[in-house]
Ligand binder design. Sequence first.
Ligand SMILES: [Zn+2]
Ligand SMILES: [Zn+2]
Length: 245
Amino acid sequence: MGVESTSCSKCGKILRYNAGLFGNYPQSDGLFSRLCSECANDRREEERHEERLKASKRRDAELEQDRNSRYEDSERRLEEDREEQRRRHEELEQQAEDAAYEAQNPGDYECPCCFFITLRSGASRCPKCQGSISGEYWNKIYEQEAVEEKIAQEKFQEWERLEPFRDAEEAREKWVTAKDEVATNWLLFTGIFLTGILVFGLYRLFYTIPASSAKTVGGIHCLSAAKRREPLESCPQQAASRMGH
Ligand SMILES: [Zn+2]
Ligand SMILES: [Zn+2]
């Protein structure tokens, strides 16, 4: 309980202190070093300063990040706006182009003079270039249309003819799928069944040894007698075989 002395690890001043149970130990500085009260105050002040510095750096970093993300947001919005404007501009251009084409080509058939699509079927004069259209021109077009019509008709008939085969193919695929499913289920069922038999067999082999030894002596009754661990005398077949000897 005596007064002990040590030196301040920072300024080297000799410290005296009560080393008893309720003594006033000086501030520790690491494991074995002590600090005088002035140096301890300095140390606390330094630590606080350090803490404030860290907090301010953290705040700065947060602000910087916030600024960056806001900048990125606005950049993205601007880019989106530009993209939207480009899209709308293209759409308007396309519409104008379509309208111009429609205006230049208001008909169903091409005029052989100006090559715009200006003619209605059978017209004798182009409304655009005023060129006259011969009956021969129309005959050629009608012939070609008839050929195209015939080809389309044949294609449709072929498609119709193959209808039942398509149905049959579909049905076959369905059947194959169903068959596979049944096979899988059977395999699963058989596997479980065989595993059950195997487990039961192993159980009989290893857990009913007394019964199997009784088997050499008698029949079914002896098996159950052995299983119940009754004396073999209680087995009538055993008794009968003994009497026979
Ligand atoms: Zn000191
Ligand atoms: Zn024309």
